[in-house]
Design a protein around this ligand. Structure first.
Ligand code: CMC
Length: 392
């Protein structure tokens, strides 16, 4: 109570304290638990970073191998759950299937729903990390009408996901080492980003003491939107549209500046970064590497490079401090790897998962946590008397 301040979109309101991720948006700095994103992207791996985010420290060799084994042990989903995928329409968006799948985990693991039972929180953490790639790959197989593949635990986390997505039951799967390395690195880059829309959603749902599966499935739904995770898919539609209309990047940028059209330059701008997104610098380099290795390099990369160059020298974007964000070049990489646009946001979700889990755990263990309950500024009718139906 007391004076209520209106802060639409929570531009200036901190909802929690956190020791997980540090961002300095003006300087373009991002660190997980103090480690610069550039070092983690180059030297670390996704499971190592997951351990870092969730448990607070980089694992020792023994801890990493135990963590990896634990995750591998839980990659299967229950047969009843596999049958869910037959029930969804073939053209369902994989993000909708993914969030339903995560939500359904609450129905299978009813003994692990107490957010204050530490052992159960550990097992739910491992189950989520292990099963999300399986659910994601199944959602893809469902969309193309192919049979699903069981996980292969002789492969790494990322290779297993690639095989479940692109492999066929009858043919041995050949891993592309460049793609596996870059995909693992992209998951690292997406692993946490402090109080973004989906993470705040996970915390808000969790603040009612809802279980981790319920909270994370809400996070997946928040990520679905085009202003958040859905942007990577939207960037590719934008580039394809420019290409289909003759590749005139200049007039596309002019149209974006005319706000009456309601279009935005997808993959540009960020609430926190008012400088180049440090993740975008790394992704841009990786896009070059992956696309240059293709037999027929993707012309869409040139359109993206031109678009960036034109926007960065245009007053509209300069004045508003709009730079490419992490999503600007990721879609091009995913496409080069063979993922259809509808899977792009699913890949973001796989990456963001350890961040959601780490933030949920930090929230549940923080004695200062209260149920999230923002105030409002009421603008509706003042008191009026009820009018009988016959008199309206
Ligand atoms: N294209 C054109 N104009 C833009 C863009 C854009 N991408 N982004 C912001 N603006 C303009 C906006 O119209 C406004 O202009 P004015 O001051 O004249 O009214 C000004 O810049 C400030 O924009 P805002 O909407 O107040 O900024 P925000 O912090 O609320 O929004 C954002 C941040 C990321 C939602 C927004 O920049 C955007 O819509 N970008 C495109 C979608 C996108 O790429 N999202 C991915 C974000 S990064 C990964 C993730 O978090 O998922």
């Amino acid at each position: 109570t007391g004076k209520v301040t209106l802060d639409t979109g929570f531009v200036n309101t901190a909802s929690c304290t956190s020791a997980i991720t540090y961002i300095d948006g003006d300087a373009g700095i991002l660190r997980y638990r103090g480690y610069p994103i550039e070092q983690l992207a180059e030297k670390s791996s996704f499971l190592e970073v997951s351990h870092l985010l969730i448990h607070g420290e980089l694992p020792t060799e023994a801890e990493l191998s135990r963590f990896t084994e634990d995750v591998k042990e839980h990659t299967l989903i229950r047969e009843e759950m596999r049958r869910f995928f037959d029930g969804f329409p073939r053209d369902a968006h994989p993000m909708a299937v993914l969030s339903s799948g995560v939500s359904a985990l609450s129905t299978f693991y009813q003994d692990s729903l107490d957010p204050f039972d530490k052992d159960q929180v550990e097992i739910s953490t491992v189950r989520l990390l292990a099963k999300l790639p399986t659910i994601a790959a199944h959602s893809y197989k469902n969309s193309i009408g192919h049979p699903t593949l069981y996980p292969d635990n002789s492969l790494s986390y990322v290779e297993n996901f690639q095989r479940m997505t692109f492999g066929l039951p009858t043919t041995p799967y050949e891993v592309n080492p460049l793609h596996s390395r870059v995909l693992d690195m992209l998951l690292v880059l997406h692993a946490d980003h402090e109080q973004n829309c989906s993470t705040s959603t996970v915390r808000l749902v969790g603040s009612s003491q809802a279980n981790m599966f319920a909270s994370v499935s809400a996070g997946v739904n928040a990520l679905f939107g085009p202003l958040h995770g859905g942007a990577n898919e939207a960037v590719l539609s934008m580039l394809s549209k420019i290409d289909a209309e003759g590749g005139d990047v200049g007039s596309f940028v002019s149209a974006v500046k005319d706000k009456s059209a309601g279009t935005r330059l997808m993959g540009f701008g960020h609430r926190v970064y008012r400088n180049y997104d440090p993740r975008a610098t790394i992704v841009k380099k990786a896009a070059r590497e992956v696309i240059d290795a293709m037999p027929n390099p993707d012309p869409m990369l040139d359109i993206a490079l031109q678009l960036e160059e034109i926007a960065l020298s245009d007053d509209y974007f300069v004045e508003r401090k709009l730079y490419p964000n992490v999503d600007f070049y990721t879609g091009l990489i995913y496409r080069a790897m063979g993922f259809p646009p509808r899977m792009f946001t699913v890949l973001f979700a796989l990456g963001r998962l350890p961040g959601w889990i780490a933030q949920w755990r930090e929230m549940i263990n923080d004695p200062a946590t209260k149920i999230g309950r923002p105030r409002q500024v009421y603008t509706g009718a003042t008191e009026r008397d009820y009018v009988a139906l016959s008199d309206r």
